[in-house]
Design a protein around this ligand. Structure first.
Ligand code: TXA
Ligand code: MG
Length: 520
């Protein structure tokens, strides 16, 4: 089929309205994104939307109206708070879900007993619905799984030849799809954030919930809106959302090879980049995001680091879309340490730390900080109070005596840890220079893992560890074994860590490279 490309002149809109009335498919501009419209009362026409898009049949469509009066035909009742939203906002980038009436075909609601209704602001969209003389069911006019189209060219790329007509109305002013709010249950729930923000809605109807699925990868069966369970807006590249300020982002990405940055205008980026709007302007980010994702595909990007939107106001909508494009992959550069490095004694942690250092990471060494901290007056006083003032000799701690007392019982060890751990952690955070590795044998015990973006443990088999410890510390096998026994089992580290490096002398650098590639 040839797709007829129409303008938004009055006569073209009339023509498009006729196509809809006769069961055809017309893509049209709205203020959010382009929609792919069909007569909402025509079961067959609606079915052909699913076919053209390759859309799963269990994902319902929004019904678009030109007049508020039409809404009552579509729903069994309009709850008072839903009416308040309609009065306050419509026409708007807002979809209100209510219990459906008998007039809504099964294929529109995808088996649910509700329907989403929206009255678009865009004049061409309103004129088309009026010209069609029927409500228009319309999802975004992209191939299922692709970024929503914010211009007519993108619609042609995805659906050219598969639909009857396209009205070219230029670029969409908002750029992300409407806010979807369910008014069908006891409590209003925002299922999808959009340009009408939670704050604006709450000013009108009081407290509303934001669905957990807006920002998190929730279990499929718990998705309240079927659309939330699909991997949306997915570019071909692996996208990672990077949280943290501009400086850290620049430093982080500028050292990387073979990757793209998805950043804001004016960011000082030395690798290939695509921008999406301006820092601090949620609206400009919303407007440009989908085009930027498509551009990255055109450029053949394989891996993309994206600056994170604000996440509040309209930024919530931008974050919701971007995090899906990233399949929920994030890196938080605001954490003091990018990597927490730990493992049993003799596992070869030092070797891994050395390699990370070569790669440009700064190392915060917990052993170093514990030596500094223990000579601190405040800490010395606490230790003296807990273990006896005779552990202080010439203004410093007598380590052997302290160890003897502190390790004499589990209770004493806990007391020592309660004094030392927060102090060491504090000092390490103060000394951390981005990007930083926290090298800590007691990473989990001291709570340092919570300050790390990822945790990596190094493991090696017992025999290897034994001989390494004997050589390194020049001690007997019996002494080395005692030291090994005093530690947690390998399982403890494996369970708690995000990633593992098996240090058996082979492929260690490759293992580390892979972790950095996949996780950071
Ligand atoms: O801005 C927009 O809303 C655009 C333009 C064209 O109006 N439309 C749009 O439609 O984004 P679509 O189909 O791509 O996304 C609609 C979302 C889906 O996540 C769908 O699951 C959800 O709204 N939805 C629709 N009806 C629903 C219902 N009755 N209950 C729960 N979720 C519903
Ligand atoms: Mg869509």
């Amino acid at each position: 089929m040839e797709t007829l490309v129409l303008s938004n002149s009055k006569s073209d809109i009339e023509k498009a309205g006729e196509i809809i009335r006769h069961g055809g498919l017309v893509a049209f501009p709205t203020e959010t994104v382009y929609g792919l419209g069909a007569n909402a009362f025509d079961e067959n026409a609606v079915k052909s939307i699913f076919k053209a898009k390759g859309r799963p049949g269990d994902n319902p469509l929004i019904v678009h109206v030109a007049k508020k009066e039409t809404i009552k035909e579509l729903v069994s009742e309009i709850p008072p708070k839903a009416q308040a939203l309609i009065d306050a906002f419509f026409p708007a980038p807002l979809t209100v879900i209510m219990k459906k009436s008998g007039k809504i075909p099964e294929s529109v609601s995808a088996g649910l007993d509700t329907v989403g209704v929206r009255m678009p602001q865009n004049e061409t969209a309103a004129a088309l619905i009026a010209a069609a003389g029927v409500p228009i069911a319309a999802p975004s006019a992209n191939k299922s799984g692709r970024p929503s189209p914010t211009g007519a060219g993108y619609v042609m790329q995805d659906l050219g030849g598969k639909i009857d007509a396209l009205i070219d109305g230029g670029a969409c002013s908002v750029g992300v799809e409407s806010t979807v709010i369910s008014m069908a249950g006891d409590v209003p729930v925002i299922l999808r954030p959009g340009a009408v923000t939670q704050e604006q809605i709450e000013k009108v109807i009081g407290p509303v919930e934001l669905s957990k699925g807006a920002f998190e990868n929730i279990a499929v069966e718990k998705a309240q809106s079927p659309g939330m369970k699909y991997k949306h807006y997915a570019p071909q590249a692996m996208v990672v959302v990077v949280k943290g300020g501009r400086d850290k982002f620049e430093k982080f990405v500028n050292s990387k090879k073979n990757v793209f940055a998805l950043c804001f205008e004016g960011d000082n980026i030395k690798i290939p980049k695509v921008t999406y709007g301006a820092e601090g302007s949620d609206e400009s980010q919303a407007k440009n995001l989908f085009a930027a994702l498509r551009r990255l595909d055109e450029l053949g990007a394989k891996k993309v680091y994206a600056r994170s939107p604000s996440g509040s106001g309209v930024g919530a909508a931008v974050y919701n879309r971007l995090i899906r494009a990233a399949a929920f992959r994030t890196v938080d550069l605001e954490k003091p340490f990018l990597i927490g490095l730990t493992g049993q004694t003799g596992a070869g942690k030092a070797y891994v730390g050395q390699y990370l250092k070569e790669l440009g990471y700064n190392i915060a060494d917990a052993d170093y900080y514990s030596k500094i901290v223990i000579e601190n007056r405040e800490i010395l006083e606490k230790l003296a109070a807990a273990f006896g003032s005779d552990i202080i000799k010439n203004g410093a701690a007598d380590r052997q005596l302290l160890a003897k007392r502190a390790f004499s019982s589990a209770e004493n060890t806990a007391t020592l840890n309660a004094i030392m751990h927060p102090a060491v952690l504090n000092a390490a955070v103060k000394g951390a220079a981005f990007p930083c590795v926290f090298d800590a044998p007691l990473l989990f015990e001291c709570g340092g893992d919570r300050l790390c973006e990822i945790t990596v443990c190094v493991t090696a088999d017992e025999k290897t560890r034994l001989s390494r410890i004997m050589q390194r510390d020049k001690i007997s096998a019996a002494q080395a074994k005692l030291r090994m026994q005093a530690q947690h089992s390998e399982e403890f580290y494996l369970k708690k860590s995000d990633c593992v490096v098996i240090n058996d002398g082979r492929n260690i650098k490759i293992q580390i490279d892979n972790i950095l590639e996949e996780r950071l």
